[in-house]
Design a protein around this ligand. Structure first.
Ligand code: BDR
Ligand code: CA
Length: 324
């Protein structure tokens, strides 16, 4: 049976690859996409999401727009958004203009209803700031227990990408993240930078993707190459001509949990520190008596991840067409 999922995104280059993987993998049933402010303003994130789904022929998947700002802070997206690197994300993805439209219902209301109607059956994958999730918890305290699993791209143990202490998705709305990690989800899996930087995609692999000649393979190759240029300019990965595609690793891990290697540990979010706002405090050495609340991926496997992108974005075989 295909696994049902809802993706919460801030599209975003790597978000777009995650959407394509979720929308096209034969083992997944992408029920809906919800959108949050993050990489670019929420209206752009929604437009980019619609463009991506239209481009791969999945305009049937409904898109719900959510929060345009963090749940507490007023200092984001401006002026902190000026720190966002335009070389890695784009206000408008280089895909044809969307012909489909977002739904009228706000994302938190949709999330509350969708998970209540199919309690325990749908996995939520959140790959942007966690504002929509916190807003849903505020209106529906049963929402966490209605999610089969929550997989989050965010945080870091030994890496960072926005301050020396923090990763973007958690840092962008730390109060929302703190609430999510305190909430009674059945299972939270966190895929931090430590794991996503092990699943790099190279320029050669982009050429391999592009050679498939499908909408998803050409778009993902272009988008990942754009990311590679941005990383080369600003955040070298240590592996030449390569970049992480963070958000897609979460989708891959839902299909094949062996792609990540996790430890069950306690995670809390720093919201007050002068230098450490948005830090994921991961108690992997058991320095406290805090109860484990999260399966943290310390590693990810590059080859099966890239192979999954390639296989999913390749032209469909007759048997796949028949099965879907
Ligand atoms: C995360 O932040 C965003 O820039 C990416 O889309 C990803 O979700 C990586 O820190
Ligand atoms: Ca993202």
């Amino acid at each position: 049976m295909r696994k049902k999922l809802i993706l919460d995104v801030d599209t975003g280059t790597d978000d777009a690859v995650a959407i394509m993987l979720a929308g096209l993998h034969p083992d997944l049933d992408l029920v809906a996409v919800t959108v949050v402010n993050g990489n670019v303003p929420v209206e752009n994130c929604t437009d980019n999401t619609l463009r991506t789904l239209d481009w791969i022929g999945r305009s049937d998947i409904p898109v719900y727009q959510g929060l345009s700002h963090p749940i507490v802070r007023e200092d984001f997206p401006t002026p902190r958004a000026t720190k966002r690197d335009p070389k890695v994300h784009m206000a408008v993805l280089p895909l044809p203009a969307a012909t489909s439209a977002k739904q009228d219902l706000p994302a938190p209301i949709f999330l509350s209803q969708a998970f209540a109607e199919q309690a325990g059956e749908i996995t939520l994958i959140a790959v942007g700031p966690l504002s929509n999730l916190a807003a849903t918890i505020a209106i529906d305290p049963r929402f966490p227990e209605n999610c089969a699993e929550l997989i989050i791209m965010g945080g870091a143990v030994n890496k960072s990408n926005i301050t020396p202490s923090a990763e973007f998705n958690i840092w962008a709305d730390p109060e929302a993240a703190a609430q999510v990690f305190r909430a009674p989800f059945r299972k939270i899996t966190l895929v931090p930078l430590d794991a996503t930087h092990e699943a790099l995609v190279s320029k050669d692999q982009c050429d391999m993707l592009r050679a498939h000649g499908t909408p998803a393979s050409t778009a993902s190759a272009d988008i990942i190459e754009h990311r590679i240029k941005g990383y080369e300019a600003n955040q070298p990965t240590g592996t030449p001509q390569s970049a992480p595609v963070h958000d897609a690793v979460c989708v891959a891990a839902l299909v094949d949990p062996q792609i990540i290697e996790t430890q069950h540990v306690n995670v809390v979010i720093e919201t007050l520190g002068e230098y450490t706002i948005g830090r994921t405090v991961v108690d992997h050495e058991r320095r406290t008596t805090r109860v484990p609340n999260c399966h943290v991926a310390f590693h990810a496997k590059r080859e099966p991840f890239v192979a999954m992108l390639s296989q999913t974005f390749a032209p469909a075989t007759p048997s796949q067409v028949k099965a879907s």
